[in-house]
Design a protein around this ligand. Structure first.
Ligand SMILES: [Mn+2]
Length: 545
């Protein structure tokens, strides 16, 4: 799909959990249903097994994968370009540029690849060059010349390409003989003597004013297979038209600076600081086909991609390149973090158990009936975030919206919830490096960085047999991301508690926050199920945020 500027992406956080995936789908569907066709669900990472189960169950496609939202050349380039073949006469190119109010013509080779570009100023320069030079050497295709001059070919091969010095036979025959070089292109009127000299030595004879040609002259020319053209208009017009019949490839810029559609706009701005051309062609890297053109005016002042953030509001959790994007709305149920916007934003943040609850609420406020399959996905998201209504984050509002959605999609919440959690617990078999990143969120607290991962598991003790391997990966992540602390939560819904593993320079501080002495084995916290409500506030206090 081609990415259009007006498209609005509804996107959840990195390492998207079920709520992020389904709320994005739900809110995009709601917006489209309310008459905004440009809203599309996106995701900043891989869909987890739990969300995959829901998508399969309700026959939904995963949101569009959006690894970053940095502005690319394809977001701002123009695609309605004038493109002409290599042999188009410059007269035609000039007229088409005027008609289309264009500033640029793209010259395409027969295979569609870029031959070069021509701007209005290139055309002007070509003329000035011709005026200022004392060499009047030209090359053109006979077919093109006839077309431009509206002339008639009396003899010669129409497919020929003619080249030579332009010579106006205005002088008397003896003077003409003195100046004329063999192989010239001669333009003259109804002057039989001059025509005759031309037929003997020149490369091409152009007779103006639709004048008659002497049969003897034509016989000589035919014998030499030399092109003879009769054209309307006076000699001045003929001379101009010969100049305008030149192929555009003769005057084009053959080696313009080009960019690819995927190039980052920020890189382009850096690279063009010196060159400062008015326009750059955009060419597909593989096919070499012309995709568009980037005008200097397009480089600046664009507001980036349009986003609605769901299920997060912190920069560290947002899709890469968020600083270049334009945030239109935030719909979330987490603490307010550090995101800054350039303009006012609609923010809807409610202390409920899931973003899907808020999305459902907005749909009902607008009296809009979400499609059944979207209701199923939103129900799954509420069940996932509230651990089937058992998390302390679960509110009456979550239950109310879940019951409404269950009625609309015909599912039993408890049954769907546990089926989904079972499908999601495949996470236990992931390699340790993937396991810790599976549902990981990063926080900037005070001047510190902290990361907290959470996995819902069926049997914590079985997973803890891999503790050493998991701690090694956690340590490595601490190092590479310069984290003050990294916490893994292994939440067991049946036992209604969470086992914590902690690494990082501030691990003892975090253990103390939970009234524990640090132990590499970690510790089990009965009743703790929620990262947001039961872990993050303590981490925030401990790290002095
Ligand atoms: Mn959520």
């Amino acid at each position: 799909m081609r990415i259009l500027r007006q498209t609005v992406y509804v996107v959840g956080h990195k390492n998207p959990d079920t709520d992020s995936v389904c709320s994005a789908l739900g809110y995009a569907a709601l917006k489209r249903g309310l008459g905004f066709p440009d809203y599309f669900a996106a995701r900043a990472g891989v869909v987890g097994t739990e969300a995959r189960f829901l998508l399969r169950r309700f026959g939904l496609d995963a949101p569009l994968y959006l690894p970053d939202v940095k502005t690319k050349v394809q977001d701002v380039m123009k695609t309605d370009l004038l493109s002409v073949p290599m042999d188009a006469p410059i007269k035609q190119v000039y007229h088409r540029l005027q008609e289309t109010h264009g500033k640029l013509a793209v010259i395409q080779r027969p295979d569609g690849s870029l031959g070069g570009i021509v701007t209005n100023s290139d055309l002007a320069m070509a003329f000035m060059g011709a005026v200022e030079s004392d060499q009047h050497y030209l090359r053109f295709s006979l077919r093109t010349l006839l077309d431009v001059m509206q002339g008639t070919l009396l003899c010669g091969d129409i497919d020929a390409v003619v080249s030579g010095q332009i010579f106006i036979a205005a002088m008397s025959p003896p003077t003409m003989k003195r100046f004329l070089q063999p192989g010239a292109i001669i333009i003259t009127g109804d002057r039989t003597e001059a025509q005759k000299i031309a037929a003997e030595v020149s490369a091409c004879l152009i007779i103006t004013g639709n004048a008659k040609i002497d049969p003897e002259v034509l016989a000589i020319a035919s014998q030499r297979n030399m092109p003879v053209i009769v054209a309307p208009g006076d000699t001045y017009m003929a001379v101009r038209n010969v100049g305008l019949s030149r192929a555009v490839s003769d005057v084009m810029n053959q080696e313009p600076i080009v960019f690819a559609p995927e190039d980052l706009l920020s890189d382009v701005i850096k690279q063009t600081r010196e060159a400062r051309h008015r326009v750059y062609p955009v060419v597909n890297e593989k096919s070499r086909m012309v995709a568009g053109a980037l005008f200097r005016d397009d480089l600046f002042g664009n507001s980036g991609r349009n986003l609605v953030l769901v299920d997060h509001n912190e920069k560290s959790q947002a899709v890469a390149g968020i600083e270049e994007a334009k945030i239109l709305e935030i719909i979330d149920h987490h603490r307010l973090g550090d995101i800054q916007t350039s303009g006012p934003v609609l923010v809807r943040n409610e202390p409920v158990g899931s973003t899907a609850t808020i999305v459902t609420k907005i749909a009902r406020e607008n009296a809009y009936d979400l499609p059944g399959e979207i209701c199923g996905a939103l129900l799954g998201a509420i069940l996932s975030d509230t651990l089937v209504f058992r998390s302390p984050t679960c509110t009456d509002m979550d239950r109310e919206m879940a019951n409404y959605l269950a009625g609309r999609c015909g599912e039993d919440p408890e049954k769907l919830g546990f089926e989904m959690l079972r499908a999601g617990s495949e996470v236990e078999s992931l390699p340790a490096d993937q396991l810790i990143r599976y549902n990981l969120k990063e926080y900037h607290i005070g001047g510190n960085r902290a990361a907290v991962g959470q996995c819902e598991v069926v049997d914590t003790s079985r997973l803890l047999t891999r503790k050493d391997e998991i701690l090694t990966e956690m340590d490595a992540l601490c190092q590479s991301r310069d984290l003050a602390v990294m916490i893994m939560m292994f939440t067991e819904i049946m036992r209604r508690g969470t086992h914590l593993l902690i690494t990082g320079p501030e691990k003892a501080l975090i253990a103390a926050a939970f009234k524990q002495k640090f132990d590499p084995e970690g510790f089990f916290l009965p009743g703790v199920l929620s990262r947001k409500m039961q872990i993050i506030p303590k981490v925030t206090v401990a790290l002095g945020g």
